[in-house]
Design a protein around this ligand. Structure first.
Ligand code: GDP
Length: 290
């Protein structure tokens, strides 16, 4: 696993080795939570719960507080089921998100993640307006040991590429079809219409197993605001948070899950093909509060 820069470890340094829980402890904890992008509301909620627990158990030991913090985070992180539903044959996964968040890279990593478990995968390059993106996606897919369905010409209807990809999976017994989609930000209405068409066309062949929205973990609330249209109208079933390596904003993961009510399913933590992991609440809680 890459370095866990999202860990609260550094920000909490010293806090849990204090001889006792005092006002400074609470101030430092609040700063650490805000600094890690939990947001003021969630930070307050967590602090209130911890204060109540510290009073209830009449403890002054910072090590108890540390355990309570980890448990409070884990309980919240586990409030949504992170399991990917990929049992249909083929299981169709639509990947959506604004350009630049790491969508292409995530698809490559996800394909590798699946082929690593012995699954067969085809990747459909339905973001047909970015020729370079199609090439980049094809390169990733090949490295991952997945097959690729590319548009026959630039600007081919994305829905027809999506259809061909699912048809390819059916004809060739490929287990999972991952479909890239466009993420141009300027024309939200057009983008959502296009996505609606892609969805309808795919559903003529197979149900859609997952719609994964990719979010850049370093952009916080801004990134979430930009992805609003997808959350409102794309039927998102899971979130992928990328670029957590090198980001001290691990709190964003919990915040975004609470705000949207959509489970985090995958975490991207690097530019390499192996840098994607499934989301396990207790592991993530333990890495936030080591
Ligand atoms: P797209 O426009 O959404 O398809 O974005 P790309 O997949 O092309 O990624 C944009 C940039 O983010 C590239 O330079 C990637 O290497 C980088 N990137 C993607 N995921 C991660 C990640 O998890 N960690 C880091 N550090 N960089 C990432």
């Amino acid at each position: 696993m890459a370095d866990r820069t999202w860990s609260l470890g550094g920000a909490l340094k010293g806090l849990f080795t204090n001889p006792t829980i005092d006002d400074d402890t609470w101030d430092d904890l609040e700063s650490a939570l805000i600094g890690a992008d939990f947001g003021p509301d969630l930070a307050d909620e967590i602090l209130d719960e911890l204060r109540a627990n510290v009073a209830k158990y009449k403890t002054t030991d910072p090590r108890d507080l540390k355990r309570m913090l980890r448990e409070a985070l884990e309980e919240r992180l586990a409030a949504h089921d992170p399991t990917l539903t990929l049992s249909n044959r083929p299981a169709v996964v639509l990947v959506v998100g604004v350009n630049g968040v790491g969508k292409t890279t995530t698809i490559g990593k996800f394909a590798k993640f699946l082929t690593g478990y012995g699954r067969t995968v085809v990747v459909g390059a339905a973001d047909t307006f970015r020729a370079a993106a199609v090439d980049q996606l094809a390169t990733w897919a090949e490295r991952a040991g997945a097959q690729v369905v590319r548009p026959q010409h630039a600007g081919q209807d994305p829905a027809s590429v999506a259809y061909q990809t699912v048809q390819f999976a059916i004809d060739n017994g490929v287990e999972i079809a991952i479909i890239d989609t466009a993420g141009r930000l300027q024309t939200k209405a057009g983008l959502m219409d296009e996505l609606g068409k892609v969805t309808r066309v795919i559903e003529k062949l197979a149900p859609i197993a997952e719609v994964l929205l990719v979010l850049d973990g370093t952009t916080g609330q801004n990134g979430l605001a930009q992805a609003e249209a997808f959350i409102e109208s794309a039927g998102v079933t899971g979130l992928v948070v990328t670029k957590l390596d090198g980001s001290a904003k691990g709190g964003f993961v919990l915040r975004v899950q609470q705000q949207t009510g959509i489970p985090i399913k995958l975490i991207g933590q690097g530019e390499g093909i192996g840098d994607l992991t499934g989301f396990t609440p207790h592991v993530f809680a333990a890495s936030l509060v080591p």
